[in-house]
Design a binder for this molecule. Structure first.
Ligand SMILES: [Zn+2]
Length: 384
């Protein structure tokens, strides 16, 4: 990791699109949740390690995020919810009645020792990114720990405690930007972000997600004030179908909206190797989507999101960082990078016999396929 002095200096407050900033924090060295939880994975530090081993991350591009305060979190979340999460961390438990009220300690939103500080640090990164982007004419910021898109104003949801995408977008608006486009590539519907902005026409939200999968919202008919679009896609979505959805569906909508800033949630759980969806993308399709989308604005915030296969997720997000830095992603991994990948652990049955390419290559094989009629119907519907 980089030394403390440079992490905290303000030299990176001036942004350019030629030198993206990666925001992270050492807190991600600790795993969230207990060992049996699907998100008890080491995902963030290996992305930084791989980027460093590939010489894709200069010290001046790294920024350490600070912990968002209760007041900062209350810009979106209800104060009694925020204070309950803080007291859960301080008292090392979640009282039963409050747990039921705030959906904490249940439904996968289980207690862990940094249940406040870790998500508040992730929120701090998005709030910082929002301010920096609003203060600059252009810039690209990547926060791989971000993208907690399910958290609600008054409840935890889907392993998400605080909704850092919402707080990041609010930070952009509070600092003077007028219009923000949010595009969610995670396999699950970006319900928390949609809920926050469906009655606020300064924000246009677009979510591509697997149809009939939790949280079962995000139907194509959900339009908010007209500033919401949902693309519920069929199982086994392939790379050609994703490219078609982006180029013929999302890009024209984004161009019409003319955003001052773009937020991309780049969850890696729509990838073929991920166990939490039945979508079948290669990481090439995710990278192509991000590469196409970033042409929509000069201010870009890219967040992480879901991703439950550590090898697939770490390689996908390292590639996202590489493409933001205009690197050639078709590279042989250096030994140090392979060592990082080989050291990953996964309790899932698919982690027992790890395929060679999961630790030897950054790039997946493409998953070409026909574009099914249903895909073209989705595009017609969302552009109507
Ligand atoms: Zn997801």
């Amino acid at each position: 990791m980089f030394n403390e002095t440079c992490n905290t200096c303000s030299c990176s407050d001036h942004l350019t699109s030629h030198s993206p900033i990666l925001v992270s924090n050492k807190i991600y060295q600790l795993l969230p949740f207990d060992q049996s939880h699907p998100l008890a994975l080491n995902r963030i530090m290996p992305v930084i390690g791989l980027a460093q081993s590939l010489n894709w991350l200069h010290e001046s591009q790294y920024k350490e995020s600070s912990v968002a305060s209760v007041e900062m979190l209350a810009r979106y979340h209800n104060i009694d919810y925020v204070e309950t999460v803080l007291s859960a961390e301080n008292n090392r438990c979640i009282p039963g009645t409050l747990g039921r009220r705030f959906n904490l300690g249940r439904n996968g939103n289980s207690y862990f020792p940094k249940i406040f500080t870790r998500p508040a640090t992730t929120a701090g990164a998005s709030i910082l990114a929002g301010r920096l982007l609003a203060d600059n004419e252009e810039g690209i910021i990547f926060s791989p720990a971000g993208g907690n898109h399910h958290a609600k104003k008054n409840q935890a949801s889907g392993f998400c405690i605080f909704n850092d995408p919402v707080l990041g977008i609010l930070s952009m608006l509070d600092n003077g930007l007028k219009k923000v486009l949010y595009v969610d590539l995670d396999a699950h519907h970006g319900d928390g972000v949609q809920e926050a902005f469906q009655h606020d026409d300064r924000v246009f939200t677009i979510s591509i997600h697997e149809k009939n999968r939790w949280p079962y919202t995000g139907k194509i008919s959900e339009r908010g004030l007209g500033n919401t679009r949902n693309l519920p896609v069929p199982k086994e979505l392939n790379d050609n179908e994703m490219r078609t959805l982006i180029s013929e569906g999302v890009i024209p909508l984004g161009e019409e909206f003319e955003p001052d800033a773009l937020v991309i949630q780049s969850g890696a759980d729509a990838l073929l190797d991920d166990p939490q969806s039945q979508l079948s993308l290669s990481n090439l399709a995710l990278w192509d989507a991000v590469e196409d989308l970033i042409k929509l604005s000069r201010r870009i915030l890219v967040l992480g999101g879901g991703g439950y296969n550590p090898w697939a997720t770490v390689r996908a997000w390292t590639g996202v960082w590489g493409l933001l830095n205009r690197q050639n992603l078709d590279v042989e991994l250096p030994l140090a990078a392979m060592g990082i990948l080989r050291s990953l652990e996964w309790k899932h049955s698919k982690g027992r016999n790890v395929p060679y390419h999961w630790s030897a290559n950054l790039m997946d094989s493409p998953n070409f396929g026909f574009v099914r009629p249903e895909i073209n119907e989705i595009i017609r519907e969302i552009r109507r």
